[in-house]
Design a protein around this ligand. Structure first.
Ligand SMILES: [Fe+2]
Ligand SMILES: [Fe+2]
Length: 318
């Protein structure tokens, strides 16, 4: 049977199942349409259709329309937005997008009571002094570098919980996914700010050095005391909320130009097409407030003598 005949047979079978969806558990993704997803009957990939649309940014699929490998043999799903235009991102899909809950209390503070809490709080406050001296009110560069740091703890914590789950033959209570979700969300913050500003060579060098130190320090810190590690991140997130509040103040006062929102941010946070940088900073600040709550909650679980797996993780908490 030729490839074309098998392909036609497959098309007839899947046509009734063309999917339209508009909801997901715990999230509000935008309406989207999965037009076609076909596993080719041979290992020879059909050349993808050339899209009329210009590449929106560096974040969009770089090799769209090019035959990458004749082994894969799977055509990329053609996904459209609610307005019928093609989905342009390969780094996330419509079901990863959500509307941030901006009603969250951005002033909430965990009062340090135990010695461990006080050490965590002082550590973060000391780091804040150094960060303020370096960035002052250059908000976008502060945000850019802050996000390269903020995306590390969730990945390290998630990785260590993953390994523990394998070693001990036990469930994680959803915490692996919750921490990895946080890391991915922070990385999307970074992808967004990359569309607003580009780091200079010395800032890239700083990121390299900070990442080398932070990854290893957090790795060891999480093994020794996950209670302390999550508390530190909780306070770091409180500082992130404060930083974005200052950013918003300068945007509102006109000290920083309120440019149109990057396209990637509009699609990721389901923002209106005329959204601005101010809207983007507001939803990112809400994300940081959620990360703050998740990490203080995780630390509290340990403080009560339990392990994270004993309490269901706040998955999809945005
Ligand atoms: Fe962030
Ligand atoms: Fe965060």
């Amino acid at each position: 049977m030729s490839t074309r005949v098998v392909g036609s047979a497959l098309l007839r079978r899947i046509r009734p199942h063309l999917l339209s969806a508009a909801s997901g558990a715990g999230r509000e993704p935008p309406a989207y349409t999965l037009l076609l997803s076909v596993r080719a009957a041979s290992t020879i990939a059909s050349p993808a259709k050339k899209e009329d649309e210009a590449k929106p940014s560096a974040a969009a699929t770089p090799n769209e329309g090019k035959l990458v490998s004749n082994y894969w043999g799977i055509e990329r799903s053609q996904i459209a937005k609610a307005d019928g235009t093609p989905w342009r991102w390969s780094c996330f899909q419509p079901w990863d997008a959500y509307k941030a809950d901006t009603s969250i209390d951005v002033k909430k503070h965990h009062v340090p009571t135990t010695l461990l809490d006080k050490i965590a709080y002082r550590t973060v406050k000391t780091l804040r002094v150094a960060s303020d001296a370096f960035f002052q009110r250059r908000h976008v560069y502060h945000a850019l570098l802050l996000e390269t740091v903020a995306a590390v703890p969730g990945m390290v914590g998630g990785m260590l919980l993953h390994l523990r789950s394998l070693r001990r033959f036990e469930h994680s209570g959803g915490w692996i996914r919750a921490l990895l979700e946080e890391a991915e969300n922070e990385r999307m913050h970074l992808m967004t700010f990359m569309e607003v500003a580009r780091p200079r060579w010395y800032e890239r060098a700083l990121v390299l050095a900070v990442q080398g130190v932070l990854f290893n320090a957090y790795f060891v810190g999480y093994l020794v005391s996950p209670k302390f590690a999550h508390r530190v991140v909780g306070y770091l997130e409180e500082e992130a909320v404060y930083s974005y509040t200052e950013y918003l103040k300068d945007l509102e006062a006109g000290a920083v130009e309120n440019v149109p929102a990057p396209a990637i941010a509009i699609d990721y946070w389901c923002l209106p097409p005329d959204a601005t940088l101010k809207d983007v900073v507001a939803v990112i600040r809400a994300d940081e407030a959620h990360h703050r709550d998740v990490n203080h909650f995780a630390s509290d679980i340990h403080c009560q003598g339990m392990e994270l797996k004993d309490t269901p993780a706040p998955l999809g908490y945005h």
